[in-house]
Design a binder for this molecule. Structure first.
Ligand code: TXA
Ligand code: MG
Length: 315
């Protein structure tokens, strides 16, 4: 049996309005954010949110991020605090997710939070995402738009490759600029906690907070319910910190060197983050093992290495 096809929309106003109507009717729409493409559902509709988990094959204990148009609107759903004000002022709209206690009468489907009493919330910067959130005038639950455990999508073509026929529509507005998912900071406890390194360097967050971020305790399932070790997994194996690739390996380089694909010839971490998932998608189609050059563990390098370690983890 052939599956219904997924409609490809542009970011023009008429298509954004169609995308918002599609969300309102309880269907799924993938859309670009500055980090990666998200798989959106109206966060207030149980059936729509349930469809996200089904389309991705995502375990139901892994909560979703709610995308909101403005920091003011976010305060309808979560209990606000000083640190949230500082970080929102400095970095929203942008690649930062804050985890805060849910307010009473929040109206968000309990499937979004996987039953937790906190909500991950973010105001994206991408113009098409902002236009869609304005048109819907409500919260959009959106994980990355890839089948669970696979490489995250930074183009509409990546979304098509993973989810075609399983979702109603995709808003195609070109490649994502940042290229790795948002940085997640937990503000539901006394000390701000780095739950996931991402597209905003934690050094920048620490400057605004005026102190260092606490690192999450990897053995505590509650501090990062979805941080399963194997993730972003290409078909073939992945080896890290490789300076001498084997003959049979495809070599993913960083800095000036001989290799199959280079994340950044000039050694620029921002460029490397933007290219990371696209290069992994490309190398993955060849079904050879992948060897990756060392990447410095500073700035966006922390998020890049986190994603690469997950790609290399045993599964
Ligand atoms: O950049 C991004 O964050 C992208 C775009 C689409 O916004 N979204 C994204 O979603 O990466 P996803 O579902 O792939 O990753 C969300 C992460 C998961 O690891 C989940 O466990 C965590 O956020 N998370 C969500 N709500 C949480 C909560 N209340 N407490 C702790 N972690 C939470
Ligand atoms: Mg994801």
């Amino acid at each position: 049996m052939s599956s219904p096809s997924t409609r490809i929309l542009t970011a023009r106003p008429q298509d954004i309005s169609t995308a918002a109507d599609t969300l309102r009717s309880g269907q799924l729409v993938a859309f670009p954010t500055e980090t990666v493409y998200g798989l959106g559902a109206d966060a207030r509709q149980n059936d729509a949110v349930e469809a996200i988990y089904a389309a991705k094959g995502r375990p139901s204990f892994n909560p979703l991020i709610a995308h909101i148009h403005s920091a003011e609107a976010a305060q309808k759903y979560v209990v606000w605090c000083d640190a949230a004000s500082k970080l929102a002022e400095a970095f929203w709209p942008g690649p930062l997710t804050l985890v805060l206690p849910l307010r009473e009468d929040h109206g968000i489907s309990p499937l979004v939070t996987a039953g937790l009493n906190t909500l991950g919330i973010r105001v994206p910067a991408h113009p098409a995402a902002r236009a869609l959130l304005s048109a819907l005038n409500g919260p959009v639950a959106a994980p990355s738009a890839n089948p669970s455990g696979k490489i995250s999508p930074t183009t509409a073509a990546h979304v098509v490759a993973g989810l075609n026929g399983r979702i109603a529509a995709i808003v195609d507005d070109g490649p994502c600029g940042v290229g790795v998912e948002s940085t997640i900071v937990g503000l539901a406890t006394d000390t701000p906690l780095l739950l996931r390194p991402g597209g905003l360097a934690s050094e920048e967050i620490e400057v605004v907070l005026g102190h260092t971020l606490k690192q999450r305790d990897a053995s505590d399932p509650l501090t990062a319910p979805g941080q399963l070790m194997s993730h972003y997994a290409p078909q073939a194996g992945v080896r890290l910190n490789v300076t001498n690739p084997k003959k049979a390996e495809l070599y993913l380089g960083f800095g000036a060197m001989e290799c199959d694909l280079n994340l950044s010839v000039s050694g620029d971490l921002q460029e490397a983050a933007a290219k990371l998932f696209g290069h992994l998608h490309k190398l993955d189609t060849k079904a050879y093992p992948i060897a990756v050059a060392p990447i410095p563990e500073i700035g966006l390098g922390v998020a890049i290495n986190d994603r690469l370690r997950r790609a290399a983890a045993p599964r």
